[in-house]
Design a protein around this ligand. Structure first.
Ligand code: S3P
Length: 434
């Protein structure tokens, strides 16, 4: 499927975006091993989270998904069953890495696979710490498929070599099955949804100052989980409003956990008029309504310290930089090369196709703001690249076609209709016309 976007800037109003992907995955997994029945509201029924729910069903957990409302009949800490076949996590790095953590301490073996993009992504980063806990995980040179042999685990003290919430969470899930205490140390703060959810489900977890401690064997209590709207999905609309003329847009009940809001800080520093209104809590997660007004953006040097707090929003930030006056430099974003695509290379190529000057460096890029032209770009099957380039198309000088946009359904079903709802002119084509 391709997107075809005609120039039509966002006109404003209000828009709601679906539930947070990271929290939806975690809520499913923890509810699956809880004692009792959990309800998840605001669940993201996108392909990634649905792949996780299918995997958990194959592990013997009864799950009912009705749109954004999910009921999970917890199997208890030791209630998962050996799956009859390999568990296919599709495009989902979070699904496969967190499940590897959950499964390596079970009394049975399992196999984890995924799509072509996921099969190229590095798994060593979870294999190394999980094997130090006593796990045994076979792989093809650190890539999928993962053959997870259920093993007896013991707690470790582990300093993460990369700031990664997925690795941290895989270790914390494994730690529930490990003897003794596990300590995880982070080089920089990363999203802490696992820690918040574990606490709210009765797990005694000691956190703060970049050091998380958890003792194995604790029961997980069923809970009612309210998932906030996903800031990573809201970011496309924040960008659409910022780059449009005379636009004011409100996004309701969006998660604003401080481990996620780096993109808002960066866009504000670029001159973006972004306000958080009605700050409140949904369960253990802070949320707010985000009000955005058209702004003249200017190029900046992005503080590398903010990178883990904005890790999924760099495609959006590259487009903001393209629409800004002057140059924006990004450093320390090498992790982007191992996301759903090599996001530095794919975004650089896409923006260059639309007439924007981008200099790629090893772990960064310099984007020179300019006039965004029309043209055809390839998202390389990366959902966030496709949506970011669709927003670029709203303010381009001529139509923009974005190839390979199917994977938008992994994180944001309904993206195109919501963009239309705020004045965008976007069509989806299942076959490229001659
Ligand atoms: C995620 C963590 C991040 C992020 C991904 C979701 C999570 O990955 O890029 O989209 O849910 O834990 P890393 O932890 O690998 O940086």
């Amino acid at each position: 499927m391709d997107f075809f976007v005609e120039p039509a800037a966002a006109t404003g109003g209000s828009v709601s975006v679906p539930g947070d992907k990271s929290i939806s995955h975690r809520a499913l997994m923890l509810a699956a091993i809880a004692d009792g029945t959990s309800r998840i509201r605001g669940f993201l029924a996108g392909e990634d989270c649905l792949a996780t729910s299918e995997a958990l069903r194959s592990l013997g957990v009864a799950i009912e998904v009705r749109g954004s409302e999910v009921t999970v009949h917890g199997a208890g800490l030791h209630g998962l069953r050996k799956p009859a076949q390999a568990l296919d996590l599709g495009n989902s790095g979070t699904g496969v890495r967190l499940l590897a953590g959950l499964l390596c301490g079970q009394a049975f073996d399992s196999v984890l696979t995924g799509d072509r993009s996921l099969a190229q992504r590095p798994m060593e980063r979870i294999i190394v710490p999980l094997e130090r806990m006593g796990a045994s995980i076979g792989s093809r040179n650190g890539r999928l498929p993962l053959n997870v042999h259920g093993s007896r685990l013991s707690g470790i003290s582990y300093e993460l070599p990369v700031a990664s919430a997925q690795v941290k969470s895989a270790i914390l899930l494994a730690a529930l099955y490990a003897g003794g205490e596990t300590v995880v140390m982070e080089p920089a703060p990363t999203r802490d949804h696992t820690e918040r959810l574990m606490r709210s489900m009765g797990i005694d977890l000691d956190g703060g100052d970049g050091r998380i401690r958890l003792t194995g064997g604790q029961a997980v209590r069923a809970a009612d989980v309210q998932v906030p709207a996903d800031l990573s999905s809201a970011a496309f609309f924040v960008l659409a409003a910022l780059v449009a003329p005379d636009c004011e847009l409100v996004l309701g009940s969006v998660g604003v956990n401080p481990t996620r809001t780096g993109c808002l800080d960066i866009l504000r520093e670029m001159g973006g008029d972004i306000e958080l209104e009605n700050p409140r809590f949904l369960g253990d997660e802070p949320v707010a309504d985000i009000r955005v007004r058209s702004s003249a953006l200017r190029g900046i040097r992005v503080d590398p310290k903010l990178v883990p707090l904005a890790i999924d929003e760099f495609p959006v930030l590259f487009v903001a930089a393209a629409a800004a006056r002057g140059a924006t430099s990004f450093e320390g974003i090498g992790e982007l090369r191992v996301k759903e695509s090599d996001r530095i290379a794919v975004m650089a190529r896409a923006l260059q196709r639309l007439g924007i000057r981008v200099e790629e460096t090893g772990d960064g890029a310099i984007v020179h703001g300019g006039l965004i032209q029309g043209g055809t770009v390839d998202s390389d099957g990366d959902h966030r690249v496709a949506m970011s380039m669709a927003v670029a198309g709203t303010v381009a000088a001529a139509p923009v076609r974005i190839l390979n946009a199917d994977n938008v359904a992994t994180s944001f079903p309904g993206f195109a209709s919501r963009l239309q709802g705020i004045g965008g002119k976007i069509a989806t084509h299942t076959k490229q016309p001659a």
